[in-house]
Design a protein. Sequence first.
Length: 158
Amino acid sequence: MDHINTAALKLMISLFLGAVVGFEREISDKSAGLRTNVLICVGACLFTVLSGYFVNDPARISAQLVSGIGFLGAGSIMREGDKVTGLTTAATIWVVAAIGMAVGYDHFLLAATTTLLVLFVQLALTQLNILIDDWRERHTFRIVSSLDQKAVDDIEGA
């Protein structure tokens, strides 16, 4: 019964850590937000815990988990014209699964430290990216217009 209590505690810790990352993604209005990150973190933790109970080689389950999460992350990568989006979301999905696995393997400090590092990357480095774009004077503009000949002539003449 003690191992069930320990497993439940691990799941709660992974829920919390996944929620921390997911909350940042949610307020940043990203496609993989709070619920997605929580479910990935908890699921990775559960698979890791179960692999320790039922499989002779827990690393085998971990390896399958990493490739499965990679497949899930790949689904978040989209191409929009000449721009690729979703790479950070895919990387976040991948690292949140790793956080859940770390909790499942009893590496709580490692999981918490990784969570803080992810927050640092998502918050501080996003601002640094904006500053670099401003410094390089790289901007993205989207022109929205009705589809009539006058609008096309105005754009071509500009």
